[in-house]
Design a protein around this ligand. Structure first.
Ligand code: ADP
Length: 329
């Protein structure tokens, strides 16, 4: 009897560990070759043979191949619906009281904005998230009332002060708020693309929940972050302000990586204070919060070194030692 009690305890502990470990997910998404890359006969360095198992192969030259492991791997053929199907349970958990952070990380031009915002006719995670939250809130309206509000801000080279928190009751309200935000951004920056590649674009959805059965009220937050481009600027190409800006961005991206890594490896010290971004997200990273990072990559041979650097970053974020990953070459 004692043994089975002990076994049950161990199992419980194991499940707890699995649960915490399960709070950080990394999905890898590869964009298609652009029309220009295809017409230039640009070679592809990624292989999706085992993508269904979360394995991504990268041809690193000659006959060398490295394999990276993620919670999901999306090929260029996978669409916004496929991606959202996997993100959706996480998103909905904000209505159950969890804080959630979703990031898109990667070199500029790899599809971060495509995944998060998406084009008008093929919306990404942000729109689908809000649509789903309104729909689940409606389904649960017998038992719960949900008040949703949103706030958009940015952090980086072109800081735009956050739009005042605005209550939203349906997807149309969301559009008017976001439109006002993008107008403000256009005014604050000469070049919108420059803005989005050198700053983190942050959308926060705040949820106030009232349980109609027991009158209990809770608050939770969902952060949707299109991170600044992770590329290293060529030394000769960056000077003065631009160099400083790039250094700040790299600093904040590595600070984010350090925080998630510390959480994944259950470090006793989580370095939230090393950047404005991690400080801002502090109450939604760690504890029983849930984190999802999309690592976005290009299939092109020209981007190989940035692709490897993004995949290394994302591997580390999952709490997997890089030394170990390297041994699998
Ligand atoms: P980033 O935000 O990382 O700078 P973008 O989202 O602007 O990159 O994507 C760069 C280009 O690649 C855009 O023209 C975008 O439409 C296209 N693109 C990115 N990902 C995909 C995808 N999965 N399917 C089709 N086109 C994509």
């Amino acid at each position: 009897l004692k043994y089975s009690e002990e076994q049950a305890k161990r199992k419980q502990l194991y499940n707890q560990i699995q649960e915490t470990k399960g709070n950080i997910r990394v999905f890898c998404r590869c964009r298609p070759l652009s029309r220009e890359e295809s017409s230039n006969g640009c070679a592809t360095v990624v292989d999706f043979d085992a993508a269904k198992d979360g394995d991504l192969g990268v041809l690193t030259g000659g006959s060398n191949k490295r394999t990276f492991k993620f919670d999901r791997v999306y090929t260029p053929k996978d669409g916004q619906v496929d991606v959202f199907a996997d993100a959706s349970p996480l998103v909905v958990s904000v209505l159950d009281g969890y804080n959630v952070c979703i990031f898109a990380y990667g070199q500029t031009g790899t599809g971060k904005t495509f995944t998060m915002e998406g084009p008008e006719h093929n919306r990404g995670v942000n729109y689908r998230t809000l649509e789903q939250l309104f729909s689940v809130a409606r389904e649960r309206s017998d038992a719960f009332t949900y008040n949703l509000s949103i706030k958009q801000t940015s952090e980086g080279s072109h800081h735009v002060p956050g739009i005042v928190e605005a209550k939203v009751d349906n997807i149309n309200d969301v559009w008017s708020v976001l439109q006002a935000g993008s107008n403000a951004r256009a005014v604050g920056s000469n070049n919108v693309n420059e803005h989005s590649s050198r700053s983190h674009c942050i959308l926060c959805i705040m949820v106030k929940t009232k349980n109609l059965m027991n009158g209990e009220c809770t608050k939770s937050k969902l952060w949707l972050v299109d991170l600044a481009g992770s590329e290293r600027l060529a030394k000769t190409d960056a000077q003065g302000e631009r160099l400083k800006e790039a250094q700040n961005i790299n600093k904040s991206l590595s600070a984010l990586g350090d925080v998630i890594y510390a959480l994944a490896t259950k470090s006793s010290h989580i370095p939230y204070r090393n950047s404005k971004l991690t400080h801002l997200l502090q109450d939604s990273l760690g504890g029983d919060s849930k984190t999802l990072m999309f690592v976005q990559i290009s299939p092109s041979e020209h981007d190989l070194s940035e692709t490897l650097s993004s995949l290394n970053f994302a591997t580390r974020v999952r709490g997997v030692e890089l030394g170990h990953a390297r041994k699998q070459i």
